[in-house]
Design a protein. Sequence first.
Length: 340
Amino acid sequence: MLHPDRPSLPSTPSEIDLSVSLGRLRLPNPILVASGTFGYGREMVGFVAMERLGGIVPKTITRRPRPGNSPWRTVETAAGLLNSIGLDNDGIDSFLKHQLPWLLACGAPVIVSIAGASEEEFVHLADRLDGVRGIAALELNISCPNVSHGIDLGTDPEMCRRVVAGVRGVTKLPVIAKLTSNVTDIVSIAKGARDGGADAITLINTCQGIAIDWRRRRPLLGNVIGGLSGPAIKPIALRCVYQVRQAVDLPIIGVGGIQTIDDCMEFFVTGASAVQIGTANFAEPIVSTRLLDSLPNALAHLGTTRLTDVIGTLILPTDSVAQAVAPRSHQPLEGQPHAS
């Protein structure tokens, strides 16, 4: 609910500038859909005006087809969703032939998400995609197991740097590194991505968790451990955006628990240049365009018609401004409480 002493600014669509730059990647607006929650887009036809999206990040692809993990693959939690899909996909050949042409015809920038079990697999995928006309950027899903070394590529700064650098060496496309929060120092991983030549960083991937049926004394997920997403991880995602923004000079895409315009604005003010909508797509397929429609009014609340005016404008509670940012009752812009 807007405060009566802060009326909305009169504006027309031509006066409102929602465009953002992520390094060399220019997007018409900051509302993207996250990989793994939007399929290849076909499932959303009839719900979402694809051409209005700031970007589509389709389901992650790998070098070869993957059957994914055994069921069950998803479990609802009190404030989110646990998933253990296992990168189920038909591989890059099928993607290039059957999915990408349709996606490129949708009218929104397409950011292709790729994953590999080694640096070599990431490089192979990037090399295959480099010459494909129409792709806006690559997002590196650096959070899958490195089979040969037994650790996650995304949990070691040097391995992260090597993966990004390897990809950077074979493609002219903008490279976005999607990082895991399952580390003790997210800043060191982000610096590794920067040093490897990343154009931007996506924060964050899911947080590890499990769900248990205590009566049967069994895990609910077939793979036992899954990735937690949804409102439960938003404070973690905001913390990662804040820490990386302070230490690494790269554009950030924020993702994690976003479902209201207040969530979006929290990420923007903290330092994200764009956001990805993930788990909320399952419950409300039109959530992305609803949030896009709400952005002008939210910007007016801060006295501007340009998104870039609010990115990274968080006022920290130093001695001189502590009183100005003292906690006060929260009034959601959309007039509804956050889901829990």
